[in-house]
Write a protein that binds this ligand. Sequence first.
Ligand code: ADP
Ligand code: MG
Length: 384
Amino acid sequence: MHDPAELRTLHLERFHAEPAVFAAPGRVNLIGEHTDYAEGFVMPAAINFATLAGISPNTSGKIAIYSENYREERSFDAAALPVKPSGHWSDYPMGVAHVLAGEGHRIPGFSLSLWGDVPLGSGLSSSAAVEVATALAVESLIGTSYPGPVLARLCQRAENQFVGASSGIMDQFISIHGQENHALLLDCRDLSSKLAPIPDEVALVIANTMVKHSVAGGDYPTRRREAEAACAVIARHRPEVKFLRDATLADLERWGHEMEPKSLMRARHIVSENLRTVAAADALLRGDLEELGRLMAEAHWSYSRDFEASCVEADAMVELAADLPGLIGARLTGGGFGGCTVNLVEQTEAETFAQKLGERYTARMGIVPEIHICHASGGAHRVA
Ligand code: ADP
Ligand code: MG
């Protein structure tokens, strides 16, 4: 995380007012991919990369937002908030303002500065970090404080309805509820959650394939539609199946022949992934890292072969990690089609692991990857 004192200085110089500063982390999903919108399970951890938001009220009636990442400032009329996105980074913080206004809050003029070290657009959810940091900042300004799960839903709405990206609830939820040295098993149906300890001697090594994912692109909605079509087939026979969360592998055996082949494959991934995710949380709670690693490998190849959401580079990153000393488990994390792999690695081997994996990947793909050694961190908070 960047030094909050530097954000304060930056805010003071630009806006001539003392900011209240908030931090919200990015995240890595250990297992449970494309299960969130099927009302299933995910198991992310917040990481030690975060977005900082500094806020101060002003009397100009303007909302001024500066991002140090983009070195750019935008200004809006607080009395006439934009109702549509502009395709600009400011859509994320303005989406939050828009949603809070929709909840009946009067949004006054304010100055907001943003500065994050969550890599942008790499699948580590800089978007949720910026939304949650902004939401805490604006909440402090208007004197309100939503319970965590409600705030997560509001931030998700900012991303879904304002920005126009169809993502699930996981990113915002873990950015708010992350705990140091823990992963969090989240039931996306009722937002109940359970912490699962990540032992001290385990590092989260995040390897960026440097292939850009895009959740706004066509592949994510296509996969989602295909999966939902499979669910509709099962629901014809078992009306109580509202989401793939309610379906079983036996349902797929029985009615799979009525589905498009691709729909069956997508559903097989989601139904089996839900089972793996719950099993992975149990494995962590028991301290059975070997089982966790096995489940992660199975999850990766299900994601790659049945869900077809991997790519040559991500498959290579997982394969090249497999026999490196210290590896517990590796898989592609995030929405798919590029982005990062997450590797659980024995802490003592993490540096060597990262270096060797980088060399191997560069030799095979001709791309120099960014590799970060992270640990599971706490959720969003006000910085003293
Ligand atoms: P990811 O969430 O995986 O990083 P997204 O495409 O969902 O990728 O979100 C990235 C977008 O979020 C950026 O392109 C930018 O518009 C916005 N964003 C993230 N962090 C910041 C920041 N510090 N300042 C301004 N905009 C940001
Ligand atoms: Mg995102």
